[in-house]
Design a protein around this ligand. Structure first.
Ligand code: ADP
Ligand code: GLC
Length: 496
């Protein structure tokens, strides 16, 4: 048999030939860290693209080049004249490249649509993101190596989901491309007037868009995708119910064999109390002492008295009903009576900004507020310096801050919904197990009871340190989630 033996060189080339080509995955998103961020979608889009590279995936990200993107992150113009068929005629845009993520990021420059000083909230949002989708598909073609997976995120990418489905029927180039549509928040649906489908050149797919008499980019995205995912297993169940289905529960039930829940991870390179540059002192589960320095720094930043024994309850969130601000408003007085400082960072609805202002004005020695989007350093400083992190959400697809909190020894108090329920384990004093406090009913008394319980244990430093360490020991890194996505992508790629 010797004659048949392969030389070492032959063997290695044979092994090479057998190893499958890496999966090529295009991630399309309306926001991503470090380029543009309004919420958790940005954290996820950036971190997942990076984490997939570590798993050997040929992943890359496509984003709009908003005016607020820091130009220092760009490495140069990648395409000068990308032709996009738009409103019946070709339009040309530039595409920039960035290597800031350790995975290629392509940013579509279309000043008319993306130089608006903000990411969302414009009257023509549907048009802006329909354009993004069309430009992204033109870019994929120009890149010349069709992706195995087009991973679309939330309603702004609903247009890409349906366009890809149609295009691959007619264009051999896209024949192998499978579409994953990830739902980060079902409540945002990209609603617009169906008559606009005509000039968007999407009228042929009206059925997929039509939703309660309007057009919904989210519904079209869900309808057209080969597979669906959402950002926690619990939320994957919840959105199939009329209570949390926002009118689309029937569609999600109909497609449930294609729907999975994959819990988001934490980018531990960015959220790391042992190494990150923006916090006042470093600390770890073995040596928590630095946390006091962070707490004093936080009190100073918010102009609060230097009373380190008093617990700080913090919240960082968009100021919207989803985040449970109605409960906080009703319970404001009782929270202070329980003996805590309260620090809030948030941007959003005027009514909640006004509430925070009034609360601060009434108790400037106890309530610290920052109204607006603060960027990353302050969010990290709050996570590092606070004792308790409050997330009384009405619903929460995943939620990232409870996981960030655990990393920083900041104990989460959350409502048991969606990803909060999946990621926080209620503390049990009998066993010493658990990393936070969870309440069930969406009610102020239920929230206050858990806040009081947390403060009660905070006053017993040994028990408290145990809860902190339980949270710090949890592995919420992206690698587990990236592996789940990879498995899903592979299954999709194998299905013709
Ligand atoms: P959501 O995506 O629903 O807003 P998540 O918990 O998934 O909620 O993610 C919120 C992200 O946005 C976190 O990284 C949080 O720190 C950040 N964030 C929210 N509001 C602000 C703000 N006003 N300033 C800075 N960061 C914020
Ligand atoms: C959405 C959800 C949030 C989730 C984030 C990232 O904005 O509201 O719960 O963590 O997307 O998936």
């Amino acid at each position: 048999m010797q004659g048949e033996a392969l030389s070492a060189k032959d063997q290695s080339s044979k092994i090479k030939d057998q190893s499958p080509a890496p999966l090529r995955v295009a991630i399309l998103s309306s926001e991503a860290v470090p380029f543009a961020k309004t919420g958790g979608l940005a954290d996820v889009s950036g971190a997942l693209t990076k984490a997939l590279q570590v798993e050997g995936v040929d992943s890359f990200l496509i984003l709009p080049l908003y005016d607020q993107v820091d130009r220092k992150l760009l490495s140069g113009i990648f395409i000068d004249d990308l032709e996009v068929e738009w409103r019946g005629k070709p339009s040309r845009v530039r595409v920039w490249k960035s290597d800031a993520l350790k995975a290629p990021t392509y940013l579509i420059e279309a000043g008319h649509y993306f130089d608006r000083g903000r990411v969302y909230g414009e009257r023509d949002d549907f048009e802006r993101f329909a354009f993004l989708s069309r430009a992204a598909i033109a870019l994929l073609k120009r890149l010349g190596d069709a992706p195995d997976i087009l991973h679309c995120n939330d309603w702004p990418c609903g247009f890409a989901s349906i366009e890809m489905r149609v295009r691959r029927r007619h264009e051999e180039f896209f024949a192998k491309t499978r579409i994953l549509f990830s739902i980060h928040n079902l409540a945002y649906q990209g609603i617009f007037n169906p008559s606009d489908l005509w000039w968007l050149d999407l009228a042929a797919y009206t059925d997929a868009f039509i939703f309660k008499g309007a057009a919904s980019a989210l519904k079209a995205g869900i309808t057209a995708a080969d597979a669906l995912s959402t950002v926690s297993p619990r939320y994957a169940q919840e959105i199939q119910t009329p209570e949390q289905g926002y009118g689309l529960d029937w569609l999600l039930r109909a497609r449930r064999d294609r729907l999975v829940g994959i819990t988001n991870g934490v980018d531990y390179e960015l959220w790391n109390p042992q190494t990150e540059p923006d916090i006042a002192a470093h600390f770890s589960a073995d040596d928590l002492s630095g946390k006091l320095g962070c707490k004093l720094d936080l009190l100073r930043r918010f102009d609060l008295p230097k009373e380190p024994e008093r617990p700080i309850i913090a919240i960082i969130s968009r100021l919207v009903a989803q985040k449970g601000y109605d409960l906080i408003r009703q319970g404001a007085q009782a929270i202070l009576e329980a003996g805590a400082f309260f620090i809030a960072l948030g941007a959003g609805a005027r009514e909640y900004e006004d509430f925070l202002q009034r609360w601060h004005d009434a108790a400037p020695q106890r309530v610290g507020i920052y109204k607006g989007y603060a960027g990353e350093p302050l969010a990290h400083q709050i996570e590092a310096g606070a004792d308790i992190f409050l997330m009384p959400s009405l619903y929460e697809p995943c939620g990232l801050n409870q996981m960030y909190s655990m990393r920083y020894g900041t104990v989460p108090v959350v409502r048991a919904t969606g990803g909060l329920d999946d990621t926080v384990e209620n503390f049990d004093p009998e066993t010493g197990k658990g990393n936070g406090f969870k309440f069930g009913p969406y009610s102020t008394p239920a929230m206050l009871e858990k806040i009081r319980e947390a403060i009660y244990f905070y006053s017993q430093p040994d028990i408290w340190a145990g809860i902190q360490r339980n949270g710090m020991a949890v592995d919420n890194s992206w690698s587990a989630a990236a592996k789940r996505y990879l498995q899903l992508y592979r299954e999709m790629a194998e299905t013709a």
